[in-house]
Design a protein around this ligand. Structure first.
Ligand SMILES: Nc1ncnc2c1ncn2[C@@H]1O[C@H](COP(=O)(O)OP(=O)(O)O)[C@@H](O)[C@H]1O
Ligand SMILES: [Mg+2]
Length: 395
């Protein structure tokens, strides 16, 4: 394949390793400076220029977009997507991951455990927010910090309030997060490639520092990951739309707490700590995807008006339980069942003799009008248990 690594740092360890891994496998690889692209929307088809010349054909890109150029960098990645060039990390995934609040919001509806977090703007809402996440000591984070800069541990509520007020006065948005003390200045970095963790390390903060970032003096060691941590890492990366990601997790009392998902994880620390060829795993994965790309089903199938994809709940349509798929009459209603989800297993192209169970979910393509009646109800807000007002003992 012909692959471009988008990077502004051709000499950096990660870029060099990716380039070497691609060459070693016989691929044609170029390192292209993200800021030297020009997005061209003048012609009939989306196009890109590089250093003033029309870009040649590429099979894949691997974006390594630094924090300071998120907007331009993701615009370039999006342009490659429009040109049908494969990228393991989409523009959307990269920008969502970059913003700690946005990432938390996206992950929070998918049963991914995270440190309790709050986001407020009004001064009056600060103290209740600190209390909601568990009180002092509390962690305060700038939304787009990296390498531990912009992460502060406030020992008391008053100090936390003062810090937050100061940051707000300089127009900085901050997250308020529970300090996970049981993690003791340590965290786990899992390198996810595709649907597996290819390497993992534990980072430990230096001295009395609570931030374990290598840039803050943290040390690293290889670690054998518990499957629960692996699953949390892989699911988080997938939910964010990232096929190459560094997922950071704190070791909470009840298991992993996902802190962030990095879309351009550094390879030096993790390759040194584990002695594993992470760059090679990334290149192999991309080559596999180029040969047989995943397609965005929803986008591709929502082409003709009135048709689309939807997930149907069997128990939502009571008359389907106990029937076979054939008897359910879906094909007659112009609905094709692509997969049947039963518990943790998935049956692709299910046959008509399969008997439907109440908890089954059907992933279908068909007439939206026909499917509408069968689409699950919107998720309700979980009702918090409220204490009833105390009743007088006697009437
Ligand atoms: N809620 C928390 N509880 C305990 N330690 C934390 C918490 N949040 C962050 N840390 C520590 O601070 C480090 C940096 O935080 P992180 O959110 O990853 O910011 P950055 O993007 O700057 O790396 C983490 O690696 C971890 O060691
Ligand atoms: Mg981090």
């Amino acid at each position: 394949m012909k692959i471009a690594v988008l990077s502004r740092a051709p000499q950096a360890y990660s870029t060099q390793r990716l380039r070497a891994a691609a060459l070693q496998r016989g691929h044609n690889v170029k390192v292209l400076n993200t800021l030297r692209f020009a997005i061209d929307l003048t012609a009939d088809e989306p196009d890109l220029h590089y250093r003033g010349r029309q870009l040649s054909d590429y099979d894949a890109i691997l974006p390594r977009i630094g924090n300071s150029i998120t907007y331009f960098g993701t615009a370039v990645v999006r342009q490659f997507e429009q040109m049908d060039v494969y990228t393991p990390n989409t523009a959307n995934g990269i920008s969502s991951a970059r913003d700690k609040l946005r990432a938390n919001q996206i992950l929070s509806r998918h049963n991914i455990a995270m440190p309790p977090t709050a986001f407020v703007r009004n001064r009056a809402d600060v103290r209740p927010a600190i209390e909601r996440v568990g009180g002092a000591p509390v962690v305060i984070k700038l939304l787009e910090g990296t390498q531990g800069i912009g992460v502060i541990l406030a020992p008391q509520v008053k100090v936390a309030e003062a810090i937050i007020e100061t940051l707000h006065s300089t127009k900085q948005n901050v997250l308020i997060q529970k300090f996970i003390s049981e993690s003791r200045g340590r965290d786990i970095r899992a390198l996810v490639v595709g649907d597996r963790v290819v390497a993992a390390m534990r980072r430990s903060a230096a001295g009395d520092e609570f931030r374990s970032n290598v840039h803050r003096g943290g040390s690293v060691e290889s670690v054998e990951l518990d499957p629960i941590y692996e699953r949390a890492a892989v699911r988080s990366a997938q939910i964010m739309g990232l096929r190459v990601a560094g997922v950071d997790m704190l070791e909470g009392e009840d298991g992993p707490l996902v802190m962030e998902v990095n879309s351009s994880p550094g390879l030096q620390g993790i390759e040194m700590a584990t002695n594993l060829d992470v760059a090679g795993a990334i290149i192999d994965y991309i080559a596999g995807q180029v040969a047989f790309p995943e397609i965005d089903v929803r986008q591709r199938l929502t082409v003709s008006t009135g048709y689309g994809v939807a997930e149907l709940l069997v128990h939502g349509a009571a008359d389907l339980v106990g029937k076979t798929l054939g008897e359910a009459g879906l094909w007659e209603r112009d609905i094709t069942v692509l997969t049947l989800h039963r518990g943790v297993s998935v049956i692709p192209n299910p046959r008509k003799h399969v008997v439907l169970e109440p908890e089954d979910r059907l992933f279908c393509f068909g007439k939206l009008e026909e499917m509408r009646s069968m689409i699950p109800e919107r998720r309700r807000r979980r009702a918090k248990v409220r204490r009833l007002p105390r009743q007088p003992l006697s009437e």
